[in-house]
Design a binder for this molecule. Structure first.
Ligand code: ASP
Length: 358
């Protein structure tokens, strides 16, 4: 009898932990910046919400069908790379020289393997190129022509650089080129990065990502984080960088630990924002480190880095993060961030503005 009870108890325990383990979740972002209702038309807002939902569902269906978190983040991101709404793949922002130079990264929380590409112009899906670097090369980051050659040798789709061109982005460059500034494509003419230490009050700093001068700067870098049925998490990010960036500029996205990071022991994180600040703050790794060394929850750690540390430094932007239990955090210190999630209960959330909390 006692044996029977023990067997039943083991069975119940195993089925419960299996049920817990098989929960999946995903979160995505499409960039942060000066995104406010008064600068958005109803049609445009609907387009963003629909595309975010499509990307979420693309990633989620991979997870539901037993696919890996790596496959899920790639699928979600590819939907956004192919959409001109976002600053990634088609529709990426322009460099000062009038080119599209794309960066992307991916990281596997289980093995902590990572892959990244920077400054590429002829590979259709930069996130797929980053994945190929991780899976099929001994390297972590490859740049420019070498990265393109590697990706095409891997059989990835190549395109003429004009594939990435959109009128809207080019006009955006034209407007800013004469100012010698670089800009988050969804941001206004004032950014925290334009301030000098001490020349603004801290309240003003918090407001530093105000006032978009041009109403159409509402696009962004894209990212995804996911938890799969095996309890593994992954993160990936893809971007065109910042409008008017100078030759050779690389942002935070492909810098592992800055814009992209994943560790099953802590969280998978993808960032969007003014890359220089995110590199100097090692944002994604800092969130992971706060969880690891100070036992903070993913929400506490992500909030502290985005809402305190980055604001103090002057870096506008946000992150999405997920831990191995599927807890999701999506803090940002800008007016808005295109974002969405499907949690472990299957609840779908899409948000754009700051007052749309899940
Ligand atoms: N983080 C990106 C970069 O600095 C820009 C963005 O998030 O939109 O390249």
């Amino acid at each position: 009898m006692r044996n029977l009870l023990t067997i039943v108890a083991i069975f119940l325990f195993m089925s419960q932990s299996f049920a817990q383990q098989s929960k999946v979740a995903i979160a995505i972002h499409g960039g942060a910046g000066t995104i406010t209702r008064d600068r958005m038309t109803e049609e445009r807002e609907a387009e963003y919400r629909a595309k975010l939902e499509e990307a979420l569902q693309a990633g989620y269906s991979v997870l539901e069908n037993g696919g890996t978190s790596l496959d899920a983040v790639v699928s979600a991101i590819q939907v956004m790379e192919e959409s001109p709404l976002f600053n990634a793949g088609k529709g990426a922002v322009f460099t000062n020289e009038g080119k599209n130079e794309l960066d992307a990264a991916i990281m596997d929380g289980e093995t902590r393997k990572a892959g990244a590409v920077a400054g590429i112009s002829s590979i259709k899906s930069p996130v797929a190129a980053a994945r190929a670097v991780m899976d099929n090369s001994p390297h972590v980051m490859m740049i420019g022509r070498g990265a393109e050659q590697f990706a095409s040798e891997q059989g990835l789709a190549t395109v003429d650089p004009s594939y990435f061109y959109t009128d809207r982005r080019f006009e955006q460059l034209e407007r800013i080129r004469s100012t010698e500034k670089q800009q988050l494509d969804h941001d206004g003419d004032r950014r925290p990065g334009d301030q000098r230490p001490g020349d603004k009050s801290s309240e003003d700093k918090k407001q530093g990502y105000l006032d978009a001068k041009f109403p159409d700067r509402k696009f962004g870098t894209v990212g995804a984080v996911a938890l799969d049925q095996n309890g593994n998490i992954a993160a990936a990010t893809s971007t065109g960088g910042m409008t008017n960036k100078r030759y050779g500029r690389v942002g935070d996205v492909p810098v592992i630990g800055a814009g992209t990071y994943a560790d099953n022991a802590t969280a998978a994180i993808s960032a969007t924002g003014h890359g220089e600040y995110f590199i100097r703050s090692v944002v994604a790794y800092d969130i992971s480190a706060l969880m690891k060394y100070q036992n903070k929850s993913v929400k506490e750690a992500a909030n502290e880095v985005v809402k305190d540390k980055l604001v103090e430094m002057g870096g506008g932007g946000g992150v999405i993060a997920i831990d191995h239990d599927g807890n999701i955090a999506m803090p940002f210190n800008t007016k808005g961030m295109y974002r969405g999630s499907i949690d472990t209960e299957g609840i779908v959330y899409i948000g754009i503005y700051e007052d749309e909390q899940p």
